[in-house]
Design a protein around this ligand. Structure first.
Ligand code: MTE
Ligand code: MO
Length: 319
């Protein structure tokens, strides 16, 4: 499948001042669906009756799987977010110390438009969609998750990457006061991840801001996280504060921690086992105990859309 470049007119690449006035306009237009996340600081409060944190979005059925989504309690109660502890129930208990507003995102590297932008500047030009995606952790468990977000490709295009930009790097917030897990040297902090440019521009690759129609719970990577659904969970970096356009592939957190176990690509592949366990099957979280084991699908079931990105590559070598 060829990678479609989004049709974004040059006028869409607006200078910061225009973003700011547009933000004020949008704050009014968002009306009852406005969330505190998307509302400018000076905007009127949502009318009473509106649920705080509720997002406005359209359903993208075409890019959604038809499997039944996991319950919110499962998705927000069984997490990997080592900045808040290494047990699956640590993030839900500890992520309350993360302050997601105000939030800034820095854009740097090989792009014409760079700088430090507010979260509102980053998100507001983009219509939000709900997409129900399969999610597969490298630890051989899986879920089905109704994310709310927008294509990463649309965001990247606004910053006009130069022809030198071959990779996109992402960095999580580093603040041990808010993220107590960063006081322990379990990983190299801050958490960093990256995609090849064609992976980043793929229409399935989502910038996620919500879950089940609501602003993301902190433990799931608020206020902004990545979701490339054909890759193992660890590629999908949470609480992003920096996006970098890069000439060369950077090192990535789990690859630094254990390079023989976690490659750069991290494509879900039932034929390439982790050195310490099989990837042939997975346990669906929340499923009935005996029936919850199922075969893992090539590229997590997205082979038809993404296999072309890796044509000719030895996936045992580039794992
Ligand atoms: N910053 C950061 N991002 C991260 C992680 C992390 O520890 N820190 N864990 C990764 C792993 S291993 C997985 S499986 C997913 C889990 O996302 P979820 O908790 O929303 O299901 O987040 C990924 N992104
Ligand atoms: Mo994971």
């Amino acid at each position: 499948m060829s990678v479609r470049f989004p049709r974004i007119a040059p006028s869409e690449i607006t200078p910061r001042e225009v973003f700011l006035s547009r933000r004020a306009l949008l704050a009014g237009a968002l009306a009852s669906g406005a969330s505190s996340l998307l509302r400018a600081a000076d905007a009127p409060a949502p009318p009473s009756g509106a649920t705080p944190g509720r997002l406005q979005y359209t359903r993208n059925a075409q890019l959604s799987v038809s499997e039944t989504p996991n319950k919110l309690a499962e998705i927000a109660g069984y997490n990997n977010f080592y900045e808040f502890g290494t047990d699956k129930d640590d993030p839900a208990r500890n992520a309350g110390t993360l302050h997601t507003s105000p939030w800034a995102v820095t854009i740097d590297g090989e792009a014409e438009v760079k700088g430090r932008f507010t979260l509102e500047d980053v998100i507001q030009p983009h219509p939000l969609e709900e997409r129900i995606y399969r999610f597969r952790c490298v630890e051989a468990w899986s879920m089905v998750i109704p994310w709310v977000g927008f294509p990463l490709a649309d965001l990247l295009a606004r910053f006009k990457p130069t022809s030198k930009a071959k990779f996109v790097g992402f960095t999580t917030l580093y603040d041990p006061k808010q993220m107590p897990g960063q006081r322990a040297p379990v990983l190299q902090w801050p958490y960093v991840e990256a995609l090849r440019m064609d992976e980043a521009m793929h229409p399935l690759t989502l910038m996620v801001v919500g879950l089940y129609g609501q602003v993301l719970p902190n433990q799931d990577g608020a206020p902004l996280r990545l979701m490339a659904p054909w890759k193992y969970g660890f590629k999908n970096i949470k609480s992003i504060v920096k996006i970098s356009f890069l000439e060369k592939a950077p090192r990535t957190t789990w690859n630094i921690a254990a390079p023989e176990e976690y490659g750069f690509f991290a494509n879900v592949n039932p034929q390439v086992d982790h050195p310490r366990w099989s990837q042939a099957t997975e346990r669906r979280i929340g499923g009935a105990l005996l029936s919850s084991r199922r075969p893992t699908l090539m590229f997590n079931g997205y082979a038809e859309q993404v296999a072309g990105l890796y044509r000719g590559m030895d996936l045992k070598r580039y794992f």
